[in-house]
Design a binder for this molecule. Sequence first.
Ligand SMILES: Nc1ncnc2c1ncn2[C@@H]1O[C@H](COP(=O)(O)OP(=O)(O)OP(=O)(O)O)[C@@H](O)[C@H]1O
Ligand SMILES: [Mg+2]
Length: 343
Amino acid sequence: MIILGIETSCDETGVALYHLEQGLLGHLLYSQTATHALYGGVVPELASRDHIQKLLPMVAELLQQQQIASSEISHVAYTAGPGLIGALLVGASVARALAFGWQIPAIAIHHMEGHLLAPMLERPAPSFPFVALLVSGGHTQLVAVKGVGDYQILGESLDDAAGEAFDKTAKLLGLGYPGGPALARIAANGDSSAFHFPRPMVDRPGLDFSFSGLKTFTMTSWRATNQDATSQANIARAFEDAVVDTITIKCKRALKETGYRQLVLAGGVSANRHLQQTLRAVADQEGFDLFYPRQEFCTDNAAMIAHAAAYRLGDALRHHCFEVHPRWPLSQLQPAKDLPKHN
Ligand SMILES: Nc1ncnc2c1ncn2[C@@H]1O[C@H](COP(=O)(O)OP(=O)(O)OP(=O)(O)O)[C@@H](O)[C@H]1O
Ligand SMILES: [Mg+2]
C-alpha cells in the first residue's frame, strides 16, 4: 500500500509518498516564503492561489521521480486543519478529486498530529507513551501521548506560540520574514551575558507558557541600544536563551509529572539547534531519551502527513463530501482504530 500525502495548511506546498512496509519513498516541498516576504507575513489569498498552481504539477513530478504509477497508490491523505481555510480547501479538494478519480479512499489528517508523529519517521523511533513538545508557528503545547489519537494536553501557550514569538521578535530587530531561523542564526554570535531576559511563568506551578512579554522586553532593550549588529546579536541571544530555558524547565516538569522517560520534539521551532543541544544535555544528565526529526521534517512537509495517515487507515473515507477545520484542537481527536502496525 502506498499513501500519497498532501500538505497545504499554510505557506508550504508539500507532497509525499509513503509505503506501508518500506516507509517514506520520497517527498517534495515548495516554500512560498519569497511570495510573502514582500508583505512581512503570510497573505492567505496569495497562499491559496500559489497552492493551486503548484500542487498538481508537484504530484506529477513526485510520481515521475519515484517511478510510481497512479494505479499503485492506495490512499490519498491531506491536511484537513488546523490552518488557513483557503489553503486547506485547495489541498482537500485536490486530494478528494484525486481519490475520486483513482477510486481509492481519502484520509483527513490533523496537521499537528502530523508534526507530533514526525519523529517516528526516524530511527531510532520513540515508542508510546511519551511527552511531546509541539513548538511551531501556531502552537506551543506539552502533550502526554499514550497512543495515536490518545493525547492529553498538559500545558500550552496562553498567548503567542513559540514560533510566533521568534518571528515577531525577529521583526522588531529588523530581521524580516520569516524571522525565526534568521534570529537563531545571529543569536549564535551573541554574547549571552550582555542582556538577561525573564523566564516567563517558571516560578508558577503548571505547564502553561507565555511568550508575549519577551517581545516587550526585546523592544525596550533594542531601543536602549545604538541598534548595531552587536546589540542585535546580543538581544537575539538573550531572547533565544529565555525561550530555550523556559521550555527546558517545563519539559523536565512534564516528564516528572507523567513519569514518562521519552521526550519528543516536533514543529518548526524544534529545528532550533540551541533548543536541541540544551535538551540533549539535560536528557543525558537526567537519563531520559530525546527524539526529534531531521531538520526538513521539523517544519511543514507532506512526509509527516502521509506518515500519520499510515496510522489512520481506519479513518479512510470513500464518500465525496469533505470539511476543513481552520481551528481544530488536538484533544478532539479520537484514538486510531486498531489496525495491523506498519513499519
Ligand atoms: N531554527 C529555528 N529557530 C527558531 N524558530 C524556528 C526555526 N526554524 C523555524 N522556526 C519557526 O518555526 C515556525 C514554522 O514552523 P511550522 O512550519 O511548524 O509552523 P506552522 O505550520 O506555521 O504552524 P502550525 O504548525 O502551528 O500550524 C516559524 O515560526 C519559524 O520562525
Ligand atoms: Mg506546521
